[in-house]
Structure formats: C-alpha cells, structure tokens
Design a protein around this ligand. Structure first.
Ligand code: MRU
Length: 369
C-alpha cells in the first residue's frame, strides 16, 4: 500500500483519499496553502493523519518563510501564524492542535538559531510525531487484539485504518493485529454517509489485508445486531474528552446506542494524542459542520431538491457511559474513565518529558495574520 503521507526533500506527499479506491494519486504539497487545502478537503483525513500532516505542514511553512528571506523572530512569528492557519482547517480532531502545539514548542526553543537549524529541528519533531504515531498504533493493535475472539464478527464505522493515521491504524489496527495473530474474523463495514469513508477506504484497506468483510449501509447495523451477527463494535476517535465522552465520525453515536441495546461491547481505539484533558466533556467538543452538497448529493449526483435545507455535522459525541473500553497504547482503559485517561496522558507526558501547555488545543495561540 502507498504510504498515507511522506515527507521527502522538503515536499509533503499525500495519498489523495478523495479519489480512493478508484484512483491512486499522490499529491505534492510545497506550500502551506496546499497542505491546508488537502486537510480541509479530506485528501488527508483521520485524526492522527491530520496531526502528522499538520506537523509537516509546519515544516513547509518555515521553509517557505525562510525562502522569502525571513530570519530570527520574524521567521518564528510568521511560522507560528502559519501554524494557526493550519490549525483552523478542521476543528474537531484534537490531534491537529496537539501536533502543532509540539511544533510551536520547537519554534520557541530554536527561534534564536540560524533558519537552517530551526527548520531541521521542526523536521525532526514532525518525524518524531509520525514515528510515535505508528508505534502507538502497533501497541493499540496488540492490546486490542486480545479483545477479539477467534471467529468474532466486528462492526466498524468510518475509517480508522492506516489511511487515517501515520501508519497501521487504530480500530483497523486492532483488526489487523488480530488477523496477523491468525485469528479468523469477519468485519461489518458501515458505509459511513455522507462521504463514504467506510465503503471507499475501510473496504479497500481490508481487501488489501485479506480480512473478510461485508459492506452495509449505516442503517443496517441494528438489523445485524438484532440477528446476533455482531460480537463487538470497534471505532476510532477524533477527540476524547476528560470524562471519556468521545467525538468520532457522525453515526458513531447511533452505533453505540444500538450496541448497548443489544448487549454488544463498544470499544474506542485511539492513541493518547487524541485525549484532550482540557475539554471536560463531550458538550464542549467543537463539531465541524460541512458543506450541504455533501448530503444533498450522492457523489457528484444531486439527489435532494435544489432548495433542500441540509444539516451536515461531520462528527457526533458518544457519551462515556456507552463505551465499554478505550484501547490506547498504554493499555485498555475501563470506566470510570476520568482517572484512567488522566493517568495515560500523564504517563505519556513523563515518558516524553513534555509540558502541560503543549497539550492544550489552543496551544498554538497566535492570532492569524
Ligand atoms: O472526517 P474524517 O474522515 O477525518 O473522520 C475520521 C474519523 O472520524 C475517524 O474515525 C477518526 O479520525 C479516527 S482515525 C484513526
């Protein structure tokens, strides 16, 4: 499989996910505006993947500002303003401000150095964010695989695979790990309206992994649960609040309610970079509202009357009480989640020697200029 994202010779290469699975096209981002467009239009998508793309976008920002002659504080301030513009491309997944917060710390530490040294340090940090993400996902896979019995039927929503992360995947990483360990399993793939991340991307990834799957429309999930054909529901996350309330792709909440009604365990798989201790609960998570035509049309074919009023929230919040466990690289967290989430984040902070302020979603904290 072509890498989701790769940074080489000052260029960010992104696999264009809007064209999958029909076309495999890699786009080249040499300017911050191209990175922003790619994130906003979902060419790169999924919480950890946009964190990584945002970090490399930060490297591109510093390089272009230096090319245009900025040095010292001018270079640092202009780069931070670009970070803020990148941050604003998508509001829900906390991984984006989290990654840019780390990049901001690097700018502050190296602002007084030569521009080459600053750019090298930013590149190193972005590489480290990507490396840590793959490592975390592999650990999530190992912990999560223990929850998947041989012969299990797993239902997933949206795409939380290698495409949505630096590599390997979170929810799909768990499925991948169970498969690699030789367990037989079958996956129900929700198509995930309106943008069909399940039908287009999860089905494509499972195909490549050789894991048997069945594609269903979102509204079929309850039917198969009622027939006893779903053993476990497994999804990714865009932002996990301090109390465990979890924002993920629109439709996830419905899956969780259905799972509870049928006595089916509902697991969230996510790295600690998706945990936001600054957001107390799901009510405070900013929910992205996307364009009406994504709902009013099916692909490029309009299906609704031209004047139809449309709502298009891209994410919903699953309350913590519906979540059986949160699979992280630090292990499987169980309710009540508040202490377990804080413990996992703090352990990760200690291991990385990072500060509290780096994790704040508003950590970039620079007015757009
Ligand atoms: O709008 P998207 O496609 O970026 O939404 C992605 C999701 O909701 C994923 O489930 C989530 O980011 C987890 S990805 C490991």
């Amino acid at each position: 499989m072509t890498a989701t994202l790769e940074f080489r010779n000052g260029v960010l290469y992104l696999l264009d996910q809007t064209l999958l699975p029909l076309e495999t096209v890699v786009i080249e981002c040499r300017e911050v505006a191209q990175v922003m467009e790619a994130i906003a239009s979902l060419r790169v998508r999924g919480a950890p993947a946009i964190g990584c793309a945002g970090a490399y976008g930060g490297v591109v920002a510093a390089m272009r500002r230096a090319d245009r002659g900025l040095r010292g504080d001018d270079l640092a301030n202009a780069t931070l303003r670009d970070f803020e513009r990148i941050r604003q491309t998508r509001p829900t997944a906390v991984n984006l401000p989290w990654a840019l917060g780390r990049m901001k710390t690097v700018v502050e530490r190296h602002a007084s150095e030569e521009s080459d040294a600053l750019i090298r340090a930013l590149r190193d940090e972005a590489d480290e964010i990507l490396r840590e993400d793959e490592e975390a996902n592999r650990a999530i896979g190992r912990y999560g695989a223990d929850l998947i019995a041989n012969g299990a039927q797993v239902l997933t929503h949206c795409n939380a695979g290698a495409l949505a992360t630096g590599a390997y995947g979170t929810a799909l990483g768990v499925i991948r790990a169970a498969h690699e360990q030789g367990r037989s399993l079958r996956v129900w793939v929700d198509e995930t309206r309106p943008l069909l991340q399940g039908a287009r991307l999860t089905a494509w990834e499972l195909e490549q992994m050789g894991v048997p799957y069945t594609l269903i429309t979102d509204s079929m999930a309850g039917h198969f649960m009622a027939r006893g054909e779903v053993d476990v529901a497994l999804v990714g996350a865009d932002r996990i609040a301090a109390n465990g309330d979890t924002a993920n792709k629109i439709g996830t909440y419905s899956v969780a309610v259905l799972a509870r009604a049928h006595g089916i365990p509902f697991y969230v798989a996510a790295p600690t970079s998706t945990i936001d201790l600054e957001t107390a609960n799901g009510e405070s998570v900013p929910i992205e509202e996307r364009r009406a035509d994504e709902v009013g049309a099916f692909g490029s074919v309009r299906v609704a009357p031209a004047g139809a009023r449309v709502a298009n929230p891209a994410f919903d919040v699953t309350p913590a009480r519906l979540i059986t466990g949160i699979i992280t690289e630090r292990g499987v967290l169980r309710p009540p989640f508040a202490a377990a989430l804080a413990g996992a984040v703090n352990a990760e902070r200690v291991d990385r020697g990072s500060s509290d302020s780096e994790r704040r979603p508003d950590a970039v904290g620079v007015e757009p200029g």
